[in-house]
Design a protein around this ligand. Structure first.
Ligand code: COA
Length: 173
């Protein structure tokens, strides 16, 4: 899939992309909190996780997109987004049986503010709509709430949350 946001392009991530996804994941989280794992160790662990979750034993359950700085997907990767499909228990009434969890929406700092994050989010939302999901959930950072609110995300009283730990990856409004 190619999706234009100015001069960038998006496509679904494939196995050759796992090292860059792992590197961006480290950059993303290390900017929010002090890592307690070396970059090399983390990236190797993350690549293994991607091999298991995006490719082999969980087909169709996780999906990731990459953004590139050029129109053809051949330039430098500058952003990513992940979607996790969460099964609900089957029910006998006309109600969708999967949720979407959008996570790790990230754009490199020098490419922010130009619509790349919104384009990545739109790719994930298009997939959710095409699959007829019930609801999409995510945990925004404080600064990114407006990005999601522009796409219709709200904080309703419908969802109950019990955080068991506190960390900078979970922001409060
Ligand atoms: C959130 C993020 C993916 C948005 O990418 P982007 O390409 O800058 O987004 P767009 O240009 O499409 O939209 C701009 C919106 O992004 C958000 N944003 C911009 N800079 C941001 C930053 N440094 N940190 C978090 N969100 C930011 C804001 O909601 C902004 O809207 P505003 O102009 O009303 O303030 C990107 O800023 C980022 O990687 N931030 C750090 C990681 C993060 O917070 N991810 C979201 C939690 S999963």
């Amino acid at each position: 899939m190619v999706h234009d946001a100015g001069v960038v392009s998006l496509r679904v991530a494939h196995p050759d992309d796992y090292p860059i996804l792992a590197a961006m994941r480290y950059d993303f989280r290390a900017a929010m909190d002090e890592p307690d794992e070396d970059r090399d160790v983390f990236e190797a662990r993350m690549v293994s996780w991607l091999e298991e979750h995006l490719r082999a034993s969980h087909p169709g359950v996780w999906k990731a997109w990459l953004a590139f700085e050029d129109r053809f997907g051949e330039g430098e990767p500058i952003g990513m987004a992940f979607l996790h499909l969460v099964d609900k228990i089957p029910n006998p009434v006309p109600e969708p049986e999967q949720l979407g969890y959008i996570t790790s929406v990230y754009v490199r700092p020098d490419h922010r503010g130009g619509g790349v994050g919104a384009a990545l989010l739109d790719a994930a939302l298009d997939e959710c709509r095409a699959r007829g999901l019930d609801t999409i959930v995510l945990w925004p950072s404080a600064r990114s709430r407006s990005l999601y609110e522009r796409r219709g995300f709200r904080s309703p009283g419908m969802v109950m949350e019990l955080p068991l730990v506190d960390h900078p990856g979970r922001s409060r409004p």
